[in-house]
Ligand binder design. Structure first.
Ligand SMILES: [Zn+2]
Length: 434
C-alpha cells in the first residue's frame, strides 16, 4: 500500500492547526481483518460445501423444468430458515421476452427479502440453471479432490447460489441487520438469456442501492468485473419462389441469391474501435439441387459494449436490408437484444475500490476488471435502469463453465470470498463504499 495516501491528507488537515498531531504508529501498517467476520466465514466453509453438493446433485438445465422446480424449492426453504420472506416468482407473472430459442416452460425465480434496522437496500443475485442437458451429471458428480470441488455446473453458477445462502447465514450468525433491505434473487433462465426473469431483474435492480452478482471469477484472476458484453442476434429470413431449376428457373425467385446479397452488403458493420461486432455465423437454404430455393435464412452474432450502440446497429441492419437484389423476394429482419452490456460507472468503480481495501485486510489482492471478457451476465439487466453500483464476479474462483468437462471451484477461495461479500454488505449498510 502506498504510504503517501495516509500522509498527504494528514498534512493537509494539519495546515490549519497550530500543532500537528503525530500520525499514529499503526497508520502505515496493513489494515487488519475483522476477526469476528473471519471466524464467521471459516464457520460457513463446510456448510457451504454441503450446500454446493445438494445443488450439484439436482440437475438444472435451463430447459429442465422439473429440476429447476426442485432446486428452487430447496433454495426457498434454506432462505426461509434464515428468516427471509420468500416468494416464488412464476415466469407467467413476469413479462416473457420470447426469443427464437425460448422454451415453452421457463423455470421460476426465488426472491427472499430480509428486513433490517437501516436504510440501505442491497441485492445479491445468482442463477440456478446450467447449460447442460439432463443426464450429464452422472459423469460429473460432486466430489472434493485436494484443493478443488468438482461437479457439473459447480462454477457456473451453483457456487453463486451457495455463496448467497451462506453470506446471509454469516450475517445472521453475526447478528448483523444494519441494512434496510437485503434481497436475494435467483433465476432459472440465465443461460437462455433470461427471457422470463429480465423484467424482474431490471425492476429489482432499480430498487436497490447496490447489486452484487455472484458469477464465478476465473482461477487465473481473483477479480471483480465492472463491465460485460451486450449480446444480440440478427435473424434474416428470405422468402422467394420455388421453380424447376432446369425447366423454368426464370419463374422462380432465388432466395439463396437474395440472402447472399444481403450477407455481402452487411459484412462490414463491425466497428472494432467501439467494441461493436457483427458477424454472420449460420445460414440455411434450399431443399433439392434441382429446385430454385424458395427459402433462405441466416443468423449473425452481435456484441456491443454500450446499451446505446444497440439502436445504431439495429437501424443500420434494417436500413441495409431494404436494398434488395431481387425485388420479388420478401426479406424480414428479426433483431433480438438478448442481453444488454454492463457498463462501467462511477458507482461500480467506487464500490469495487472499496472491496479491494476489504480484500487487502486478508493480505489478498483483488483485481478490478473494467474490460468485458466477451460474455454477458444478468448483472447487466440489474444495471439497466439505475445509476447504482452493480458489480459482477463476487463468486468463488472457478473453472470449466460451459465445457461439460472437469468443472470445479477452488476451495482456497471460499473463506476469503465469503469474508469479502459479507464485509461489502456490512460496509454498504453503514454507508461505506457508496
Ligand atoms: Zn453463469
Amino acid at each position: 500500500m502506498n504510504s503517501s495516501r495516509f500522509l498527504i491528507p494528514t498534512l493537509l488537515v494539519c495546515a490549519g492547526w497550530l500543532a500537528c498531531p503525530v500520525p499514529p504508529a499503526h497508520a502505515q501498517l496493513a489494515p487488519s481483518p475483522d476477526a469476528a467476520v473471519q471466524r464467521a466465514a471459516a464457520a460457513q466453509k463446510q456448510p457451504l460445501l454441503a450446500t454446493l453438493k445438494e445443488f450439484v446433485d439436482i440437475e438444472t438445465g435451463s430447459r429442465d423444468f422439473e429440476g429447476i422446480q426442485q432446486a428452487t424449492e430447496l433454495l426457498g426453504n434454506k432462505l426461509k430458515a434464515l428468516g427471509g420472506q420468500v416468494q416464488f416468482i412464476e415466469p407467467q407473472e413476469a413479462t416473457n421476452y420470447r426469443m427464437m430459442d425460448t422454451p415453452e416452460k421457463i423455470g421460476r425465480m426465488v426472491k427472499a427479502t430480509f428486513k433490517g434496522t437501516g436504510t440501505k437496500r442491497i441485492m445479491l443475485i445468482a442463477h440456478i440453471d446450467t447449460v447442460y442437458p439432463k443426464g450429464m451429471a452422472a459423469k460429473q458428480p460432486f466430489r472434493i479432490d485436494g484443493d478443488k470441488a468438482y461437479g457439473l455446473g459447480i462454477s457456473d453458477d451453483k457456487q453463486g447460489v451457495a455463496m448467497v445462502v451462506h453470506v446471509v447465514a454469516m450475517l445472521k450468525a453475526l447478528n448483523f441487520n444494519e441494512y434496510g433491505t437485503l434481497t436475494v434473487l435467483v433465476n432459472g433462465d440465465e443461460e437462455i438469456s433470461s427471457p422470463g426473469s429480465r423484467d424482474e431483474l431490471i425492476r429489482s435492480g432499480g430498487e436497490h442501492d447496490v447489486v452484487m452478482s455472484f458469477e464465478a471469477t476465473r482461477t487465473a484472476n481473483d477479480k471483480l468485473s465492472l463491465a460485460t458484453s451486450g449480446i444480440a442476434s440478427v435473424e434474416l429470413k428470405v422468402e422467394g419462389r420455388a421453380s424447376h431449376a432446369g425447366a423454368a428457373p426464370e419463374r422462380g425467385v432465388n432466395a439463396l441469391y437474395e440472402l447472399s446479397h444481403q450477407i455481402m452488403q452487411m459484412r462490414d458493420l463491425s466497428q472494432n474501435e467501439r467494441g461493436l461486432k457483427l458477424n454472420w455465423t449460420v445460414s440455411q437454404s434450399g431443399t433439392n439441387r434441382n429446385v430454385i430455393p424458395a427459402y433462405a435464412t441466416a443468423q449473425a452474432d452481435v456484441r456491443v459494449l454500450r446499451v446505446a450502440d444497440y439502436d445504431g446497429i439495429e437501424a443500420t441492419v434494417r436500413e441495409r436490408a431494404k436494398k434488395q437484389l431481387l425485388p420479388d423476394a420478401k426479406v424480414t429482419v428479426n433483431f433480438e437484444r438478448r442481453r444488454p452490456p454492463l457498463e462501467v460507472t462511477a458507482a461500480n468503480r467506487k464500490l469495487a475500490a472499496h472491496a479491494q481495501t476489504i480484500y487487502a485486510e486478508l493480505g489478498r489482492k483483488l483485481e478490478v476488471d473494467d474490460q468485458p471478457e466477451g460474455g454477458g451476465t444478468d448483472a447487466a439487466f440489474a444495471a439497466l435502469k439505475t445509476q447504482a453500483a452493480v458489480v459482477e464476479r463476487f463468486g468463488l474462483q472457478g473453472f470449466g463453465g460451459h465445457t461439460a468437462d472437469n468443472e470445479y471451484v477452488l476451495l482456497e477461495t471460499v473463506e476469503a470470498r465469503l469474508y469479502l461479500a459479507a464485509r461489502v454488505v456490512m460496509d454498504v449498510a453503514r454507508g461505506k463504499g457508496l
